[in-house]
Design a protein around this ligand. Structure first.
Ligand code: ATP
Length: 239
């Protein structure tokens, strides 16, 4: 792989049935880099995140490499074991389980030092400590998002993918959440972040790609993307 590459995606094609939704997506995330993926509803961002995580099969052709290893045909559990972990859209915590058990479940492939790492997560997300023994379904949306991130971190990711973490959350908790993402970035975690809050995503990210109808139509540093008037009008308006 190119020097410093964490995730390399080349000419990836995927869809549902015969009609492709991703028409040859190429992108790269370097080790320690935070990358934002922007685009309107239906551009194919969630589909890409699912394909990268092994939750949806790509069509023939195209490749996905994680630190030089081919993941194109790997299953989702093998992909998590290799270190690519998705925090899915809609959070998907186990509503009937306690906060603590949700966090512990993230360690199922990496059980070593589990309880010490739970404590690290509670330091990172103090709101979760206050609700440790409550059912996860009783948490607010923002707390559930923090729980989903904590659970993902328990599997010791090399790269963390986040699909719309701010979706449906109040502004104050979004700020707290993005603060946690900035901290992760500053600690050197590699991030690939999809979010409709383009301004916030660009503030966390070093670089960004813009998707439209299953194609990458622009890429650049976050400053370049933020300064592009046409892109700003299409994607950054209101945020
Ligand atoms: P959003 O932010 O609304 O989730 P997105 O950029 O993530 O948008 P996708 O959810 O990847 O876009 O959807 C891309 C296209 O694929 C859309 O046209 C959508 O209708 C279609 N699509 C998504 N999921 C399925 C599915 N399970 N079956 C069939 N078509 C789907």
């Amino acid at each position: 792989p190119p020097a410093g590459e964490m995730l390399g995606v080349g000419e990836l094609v995927a869809g549902y049935g015969a009609e492709p939704v991703l028409h040859g997506i190429s992108l790269q995330v370097r080790r320690g880099e935070a990358v934002a993926l922007l685009g309107a509803n239906g551009a194919g961002k969630s589909t890409l995140m699912k394909v990268l995580s092994g939750l949806h099969r790509p069509l023939d052709g195209g490749g996905i490499h994680l630190e030089g290893q081919d993941l194109s045909n790997a299953g989702s559990e093998a992909i998590v074991a290799r270190g690519l972990v998705l925090v899915p859209e809609g959070r998907q915590v186990f509503a009937e389980l306690s906060v603590l058990d949700n966090i512990r479940l993230g360690a199922f492939l990496q059980p070593k030092n589990r309880e010490a790492r739970v404590q690290e997560m509670l330091q990172r997300f103090p709101r979760l400590r206050e609700r440790l023994h409550q059912r996860a379904g009783l948490l607010s949306g923002g707390e559930q998002q923090m729980l989903a991130i904590a659970r993902a971190l328990m599997s010791r990711p090399r790269i963390l993918l986040l699909d719309e973490p701010s979706l449906g959350l109040a502004p104050r908790i979004i700020a707290e959440l993005f603060g946690a993402l900035e901290r992760l970035r500053d600690e050197g975690m590699t991030l690939l972040l999809v979010d409709q809050m383009a301004g916030l995503a660009l503030a966390v990210a070093d670089r960004a790609y813009v998707m439209e109808n299953g194609h990458i139509v622009a890429q650049g540093t976050s400053a370049e993307i933020a300064a592009d008037a046409a892109l700003a009008k299409a994607y950054l308006g209101g945020h």
